[in-house]
Design a protein around this ligand. Structure first.
Ligand SMILES: O=C(O)CCC(=O)C(=O)O
Ligand SMILES: [Fe+2]
Length: 270
């Protein structure tokens, strides 16, 4: 995993006044200090596209900086229906949305039921888990690593996944898939939080195990675990990697529940 240090005097807000055409250039030329020398945004993106997590420590909590990073690295933002380009999630008990609930979010692809899910997601930690950084940690599992392990148990796993769809939602008609895109880079769509488990069939079982359980357990065994500090940014590919978030804790204060807080943006490469 590339772990990059963004120095205090290096601000993404430098990009704020740039023309749109200049943003494309930034990807090749803008470099950020890392432990092993400077790396460009293009180099960071190559690592992300290879399925590896990249963390920019000390990026800062300014939404404008995240917006500018997205403009420099992507060609178009993903805007959720009824939402905005930059959104903030806070884990609070009893929230109906999985993203903001305190339970673990299993390995998944974001917006897996969209016809084109975003290519990249970026998460900035605004508040850590109130108890321990180990709670609410992010986990990133490269799809190739998951498939290499899965294939040891099920030799034709890649073939099966490339023609498999999986039921999601409550209507009983919606399917997501094929789960695997058979191109040079292994790109996967895995809608774990919205899978309709009541509708799974024998084709969703591999070697007598539910595929949902296999992916989750293999993912946990091959992933990188990342505890973000306040202002740290995590960049992850939404198709060549699956990501997960661990269980969170909360504290109850006189002002109500206080939980881990994350700012997110997602974009398309082309
Ligand atoms: O809270 C996080 O760090 C990420 C949550 C997530 O993956 C999601 O809501 O899709
Ligand atoms: Fe996610």
């Amino acid at each position: 995993m590339l772990n990059i240090f963004v120095s205090q005097d290096w601000r993404f807000s430098q990009l704020a006044s740039a023309e749109t055409s200049q943003f494309e250039m930034q990807k090749e030329h803008l470099s950020i200090p890392s432990k092993s020398g400077n790396v460009t945004l293009a180099e960071i993106d190559r690592q992300v596209e290879a399925g590896e997590a990249v963390v920019l420590r000390n990026f800062g909590c300014n939404p404008e900086d995240l917006f500018n990073l997205g403009r420099a690295m992507g060609s178009k933002f993903h805007t959720p229906i009824g939402g905005s380009v930059i959104s903030t999630l806070e884990t609070i008990p009893f929230k109906p949305s999985v993203a903001e609930s305190t339970c673990a979010i299993p390995f998944h692809t974001d917006f897996a039921s969209d016809s084109s899910p975003p290519d990249v997601l970026a998460l900035v930690c605004l508040a850590t888990d109130p108890r321990y950084p180990e709670f609410g940690r992010n986990q990133v599992a490269p799809v190739t690593k998951i498939l290499d392990v899965l294939e040891k148990f099920v030799p034709d796993a890649r073939d099966r996944l490339s023609s498999l769809t999986i039921p999601v939602g409550s209507s009983g008609v919606e399917q997501v898939g094929p789960i695997l895109n058979k191109d040079n880079i292994q790109r996967m769509i895995w809608p774990a939080p919205i899978i309709n488990k009541d509708l799974l069939e024998s084709k969703h079982h591999f070697n007598n195990h539910a595929l949902v359980d296999l992916i989750e357990e293999i993912g946990k065994s091959v992933c990188t675990d990342i505890a973000l500090g306040i202002g740290d940014l995590l960049v992850v590919d939404n198709r060549t990697a699956l990501h997960r978030r661990g269980e969170c804790t909360v504290s109850l204060t006189e002002n109500g529940w206080v939980g881990r807080k994350i700012m997110t943006a997602r974009w398309f490469r082309e």
